[in-house]
Design a protein around this ligand. Structure first.
Ligand SMILES: *Cc1c(COP(=O)(O)O)cnc(C)c1O
Length: 303
């Protein structure tokens, strides 16, 4: 999995008693670096009966998790080919990417299992909770079984393993369905906001953006810029009552994951992006006047 993500992606691995292997990200797209993954699988692992094993530790590589960071998508064709070749399941953490597409196909439908979040900050929300999708009926049934306390039939209280209470309750599901009707409009609005920012902030100071490849239609869930003095700019905008957010601390810098294997090239891109990135207002409720104020403030900062 990528080293740059929200902590929940790594936690999901840890809950299972597994250990995340953290890969650095691509400098331009901020997604899992597939060159590093390919090299790791071909040079640092071996295939044997029962799966792929990491040579040095002997640990089995159980799955690959792509995270569609900020609604953007990595080269999924290449990633699918890689996972096919090594017969590794491909999970998509599409929590931020509901409505994003890769080669015209929705994210979450490209791998074996896709998961989405309806947390309060996501593009649609039920207040909390989420959704898991899988192409394979058996995987769907298995997930549902585990999420509903592993009860073997609706009447008797017979549970055949340790399950979870992970269901999205019916009231929240109803809210989610109503929210889903608005998804297209939300995506449209997010794209407009992002387009306006890109157009107005390109060439201002040293501002950079996350690259979105031509075959990706991002839902533009969160708009993030990079600049050398990110902290100064954050302070400046905060003083102007503009809400800004720093970028996630990379997983290998968090205490519970600092001992995990971290695979990177000669540059530590995770850290570079972390220390230069900041997210600026991009809610679907942001009006033109407020966005203009944000743009003007950022432009003033560089004068
Ligand atoms: C929000 C988020 C999650 C977690 O979703 P919850 O519904 O809050 O559990 C997981 N991964 C990523 C990348 C996220 O942004």
């Amino acid at each position: 999995m990528p080293n740059v993500t929200f902590v929940a992606s790594a936690n999901a691995v840890a809950y299972l008693g597994a250990e995340p292997v953290l890969f650095d990200i691509d400098q331009k797209t901020w997604q899992l670096d597939l060159d590093l993954l390919e090299t790791f699988l071909s040079q640092d692992c071996y295939s044997a009966k029962g799966g792929v094993y990491h040579s040095k530790s002997g640990a089995r590589v159980a799955a690959v998790m792509a995270v569609h960071v900020q609604g953007n998508v990595c080269d999924m064709d290449r990633l699918c080919r890689l996972c096919d070749k090594y017969e590794l399941p491909l999970l998509e953490d599409a929590a931020e990417a509901l409505g994003s597409k890769y080669n015209g196909k929705y994210t979450g439908t490209l791998g074996d299992i896709g998961c989405f979040s309806f947390n309060g900050n996501k593009i649609i929300s039920t207040g909390g909770g989420g959704m898991l999708i899988a192409r394979d009926d058996n995987l769907q049934k298995r997930a549902k079984h585990l999420a509903t306390t592993a009860k073997t039939d609706p009447m008797t209280y017979f549970h055949d393993e340790v399950g979870y209470n992970y269901r999205l309750v019916n009231v929240l599901s109803a809210i989610g369905l109503a929210q889903l009707e608005k998804l297209d409009a939300f995506v449209e609005k997010k794209r407009q906001i992002a387009e306006t920012y890109r157009h107005s902030l390109r060439g201002v100071g040293d501002i950079g953006f996350q690259k979105i490849e031509d075959n990706v239609e991002s839902n533009e869930w969160l708009f993030t810029i990079t600049t050398e003095g990110a902290q100064n700019l954050m302070d400046y905008l905060t003083a102007r009552e503009i809400m800004v957010r720093p970028f996630w601390v990379p997983m290998n810098m968090l205490p519970m994951y600092s001992n995990c294997l971290y695979v990177s090239g000669s540059h530590n891109i995770s850290n570079e992006v972390h220390s230069t990135a900041l997210s600026i207002p991009c809610s679907t409720s942001l009006d033109t006047r407020d966005q203009d104020y944000v743009i003007r403030s950022i432009t003033d900062y560089y004068k």
